[in-house]
Design a protein around this ligand. Structure first.
Ligand SMILES: [Cu+2]
Length: 140
């Protein structure tokens, strides 16, 4: 008698959890995973060996973000910013994901060369708010 009562409740709980908007997992087989929150980018590793690299990006935030991979020797927070567009200069860009909606994941595969990179979100104003992180690529 009790089981009959519990079973529907368990099903109900399961269906709520499955459509509750939990952030998607990063795409599988990504060597690098970046997680975006409102105005931060966190990477699971500080660097990688040179070569083709799949970067999975999870947008855990409540708003859309973008993801740009820029080869630059500048410190991550020192890219030039254009005052009119409120966007960071993308010189050295080797790959990007133009839009990752809130709660979604996406990936980009880039051919990384040894050197310093900066990962940013370049939706107007977001770079200045802190959406940047450094990444170092070493010779294979
Ligand atoms: Cu952003």
């Amino acid at each position: 008698m009790i089981l009959r009562l519990i079973a529907p409740l368990v099903l109900l709980a399961a269906s709520i959890a499955s459509c509750g908007g939990a952030p998607e997992a990063a795409p599988t087989d990504s060597q690098v995973v970046a997680e975006m929150t409102d105005y931060k980018i966190a990477v699971n590793v500080p660097g990688a060996k040179a070569g083709k690299t799949k970067i999975g990006v999870r947008n855990l935030a409540a708003m859309e973000h973008s993801f740009e991979v820029i080869k630059s020797d500048l410190p991550p927070d020192k890219l030039p910013v254009d005052g009119a567009s409120a966007k960071a200069n993308e010189d050295g860009k080797v790959g990007e994901i133009k839009s990752i909606p809130a709660g979604k994941s996406a990936s980009v595969t880039v051919d990384l060369q040894p050197g310093k990179y900066v990962f940013i979100c370049n939706i107007a104003g977001h770079y200045q708010l802190g959406m940047h992180t450094g990444f170092t690529v070493e010779a294979p």
